[in-house]
Write a protein that binds this ligand. Structure first.
Ligand code: NA7
Length: 484
């Protein structure tokens, strides 16, 4: 590969994907990198989320960088603070922080004559040859549109804006939402609150994944035999990809039936028929992202827990009013209402070739090419862009694959012969048509609402297997790109 041109690269976001991108880009020989991070510290979703019970829903030995095995994970799915500290250790080890400009949110990115000019909340930042967007998808909190939300007299906050000054001990706590976040909090706090009202709009399937501590001897074994860590990564990747990931896209019915049975027998642990009926979903296992927990059902069967399924009509100073007229009196209100996963970089003002705005390009829905590139936005590479495998694989594994793909295109820019590279409109159309044609085979398209589905009803995940993703990421088809 020729490295005739020295590139200046901007990375947006210092979360797990941005950190990985700096390390791998430097390894590839590019050092002129600036990471623009909106917050005052790094870690993305693992910085934003600090709620009790937070852990990853992907096993830790898989949710790690391929190049940074960690023998010391404490649990099968380790707690959030441990993941944040892992990211910080990696940053330290690879001297990533010198590239990061904190408290510098990109407000505008405009493409002109082969360069992106960037402005952030700290002012103009100059021109860059390429932009790598690593903003993730779980970072725009959704606040419920419920009358009186601001009138609640006690503390009320979104789970990703946890108020550390508030103790839940002995309090009457309400949680709105029953996604992964709400169920983790429920399991963690049920033993300390006076009572917990869980406001459920839609029941969830819960896979009883035991989150046990990893014994000290096992960690010591990993430390002494690093090959075992790689073997464990490989084993989990294979298991995840050929079972779970294949099952959700309709490519492994046996694995899917296994998931169904596991969720059903977990639900059967709920003894009270009325409560069980409330907790029984009316859609297929896996349609919404599955909850991983072997303690949730136990928690909601405690005498101080109540699952409230009556529609919320208002929030009042004293608590939450439901359609049956009842006021659920509360001291603290937790909004576990999820994220707007379809906004990506917006509200950033992105202006591509010939003045075309991202808002305009995506006016009919978010469409890109292979989750990485976007037509009319040359030299713009996304980690986790539209139709990335957000519902199938470990995010870090996806991110590394997408980075490797993007880097091969960035190499074209380095060669000195190319200053602009973007996917051809026909290739993008064909990709999105194929996505739409395949999506009905997936479990996400079987009739439920979830954060994978956008406002037009399109599922935003990858509808194929891991093998196809890996093959598509292995080498860009240059014929699908226009280069100038
Ligand atoms: P999710 O999975 O999007 O869950 C949000 C929950 O909040 C879900 O139960 C929603 O019910 C509920 N919700 C949202 N708005 C309202 C209103 N207005 N009224 C009542 N209930 C509402 O977000 P999480 O934070 O739990 O998890 C996100 C991901 O983070 C997770 O999948 C892991 O990958 C990590 P609904 O089901 O829409 O009826």
């Amino acid at each position: 590969m020729s490295t005739a041109r020295k590139l200046r690269v901007a990375i947006v976001g210092a979360g797990a994907s941005g950190i990985m991108s700096v390390i791998k880009m430097r390894e590839a020989g590019i050092d002129d990198i600036t990471v623009f991070e909106k917050a005052a510290s790094l870690g993305g979703t693992w910085r934003d989320n600090r709620y009790p019970g937070l852990s990853c829903d992907v096993p830790s030995h898989l949710y790690r960088y391929s190049f940074e095995p960690n023998p010391d994970w404490s649990h099968v799915c380790s707690p959030g603070p441990e993941i944040l500290s892992y990211l910080k250790q990696v940053v330290e080890k690879h001297d990533v922080a010198r590239h990061i400009q904190f408290s510098s949110e990109v407000t505008k990115a405009e493409f002109n004559a082969g360069k992106w000019t960037i402005e952030t909340t700290q002012g103009p930042q100059g021109a860059f040859d390429a932009v790598l967007v690593a903003v993730g998808v779980l970072h725009h909190p959704v606040y419920p549109d419920i009358p009186g939300l601001d009138s609640f007299a006690g503390p009320a906050f979104h789970t990703s804006r946890w108020d550390d000054s508030v103790s839940l001990k002995g309090k009457r706590v309400g949680i709105i939402g029953t996604g992964s976040t709400a169920t983790q909090i429920t399991g963690a706090v049920i033993g300390e609150v006076a009572n917990l009202s869980l406001f459920q709009r839609t029941a969830q399937w819960v896979l009883p994944l035991p989150n046990t501590p990893i014994p000290e001897e096992e960690k010591a074994d990993y430390r002494a035999n690093p090959g075992k860590l790689d073997a464990e990564y490989g084993r989990l990747a294979k298991e995840f990809n050929s079972n779970f990931a294949a099952a959700v896209v309709g490519a492994n019915d046996e694995a899917y039936q296994g998931m169904v049975m596991a969720c059903q027998s977990n639900l059967d642990r709920v003894k009270d028929p009325e409560l069980k009926a409330k907790l029984t979903p009316d859609y297929k296992v896996g349609c919404k992202r599955m909850i991983m927990s072997d303690i949730f059902y136990e928690a909601v069967q405690q005498p101080n827990a109540e699952v409230v399924t009556d529609k919320i009509t208002a929030i009042e100073p004293g608590g939450v009013r439901t359609a049956d007229g009842r006021l659920h009196e509360l001291d603290v209100l937790v909004l576990a209402t999820g994220f707007d996963t379809h906004r990506f970089v917006r509200p950033m003002n992105v202006i591509g070739r010939e003045g075309r705005r991202l808002d305009e390009i995506w006016s009919g829905g978010n469409e890109g090419y292979l989750g990485v590139t976007v037509p009319d936005l040359p030299n713009w590479f996304m980690i986790g862009g539209p139709n990335s495998p957000i519902g199938n694989f470990s995010w870090l594994m996806t991110a590394e694959n997408q980075f490797n793909y993007a880097m091969k295109l960035i190499d074209k820019l380095r060669s000195g012969n190319v200053t602009e590279i973007s996917p051809k409109v026909e290739a993008v159309r064909a990709f999105n048509a194929a996505v739409k044609a395949k999506m009905p085979d997936t479990i996400w398209a079987t009739g439920c609402n979830s954060w994978y589905v956008d406002k037009n009803g399109h599922v935003a995940s990858w509808p194929w297997t891991y093998e196809k993703f890996e093959a598509d990421m292995a080498e860009p088809v240059l014929d699908h790109y226009e280069m100038a």
